[in-house]
Design a protein around this ligand. Structure first.
Ligand code: COA
Length: 186
């Protein structure tokens, strides 16, 4: 059975709203997230100039009409600040997740909370069968987010992805729908 896609619909957790990006988010996210060395050290891109972040986020916004496109702005309910982003990239019945949070807000459990809601949406609503994430071998905080949500370590892929510093080994984690159901059995 094919997945019935819904696009980037609004999701909510205790402390966060996951919603579509708007042009109003660009400057704040540029300054507090996408141009920050700490955030981009282990991702494949870095946006030094506001114009570049502007182009990047506008490209994401232009993809919202596609119902298989899932890229949420993570907004803090308390302050209404956009603090990062999380995306789900479906490929058939499988999907990958990617995420980043501005370093000012690290270690408050926000990525774990957003991740939990996105996997609920993917498994329970979309009926995705398997989700995986991978990260630069040294980026343990990223792996922690997946592990805290019950993902299992799959293995290390030698030179698995090209980062700003070049090709590097990556660690991969995954969960399938059955494991998710087991974990969430009442
Ligand atoms: C990865 C990232 C999204 C985590 O965001 P966050 O909101 O701080 O995540 P959480 O607070 O939910 O959880 C982070 C966990 O990692 C742990 N952690 C933080 N730094 C760590 C480190 N250097 N090594 C190991 N664990 C680390 C935290 O202690 C926490 O675990 P705990 O709850 O058991 O204490 C954030 O660090 C980030 O944006 N990094 C840069 C972008 C990036 O790497 N994205 C992922 C690419 S795949």
């Amino acid at each position: 059975m094919n997945i019935k896609h819904l696009g980037t619909i609004k999701l909510e957790t205790e402390r966060l709203i996951l919603r579509k990006f708007t042009a109003n988010d660009i400057k704040f996210l540029h300054e507090n997230c996408f141009s920050r060395d700490a955030v981009t050290k282990y991702v494949t891109w870095k946006y030094e100039r506001l114009e570049d972040t502007n182009e990047l986020i506008n490209d994401w916004i232009s993809q919202y009409p596609k119902d298989s496109y899932y890229h949420w702005c993570i907004e803090l309910k308390e302050t209404h600040e956009p603090i990062g982003s999380i995306e789900l990239r479906p490929e058939g019945h499988e999907a990958e997740i990617g995420y980043r949070i501005g370093d000012k807000w690290w270690n408050h459990g926000y990525a774990t909370e957003a991740f939990k809601e996105v996997i609920r949406f993917a498994f329970d609503v979309l009926k995705i069968e398997e989700i995986s994430i991978d990260h630069h071998i040294e980026n343990d905080a990223s792996g922690k987010v997946a592990l805290k949500n019950g993902f299992k370590f799959v293995g290390i892929i030698h030179n698995g992805r090209e980062f700003r510093e070049g090709w590097r080994d990556i660690k991969k984690y995954s969960m399938n729908a059955q494991e998710y159901a087991e974990l969430n059995k009442k």
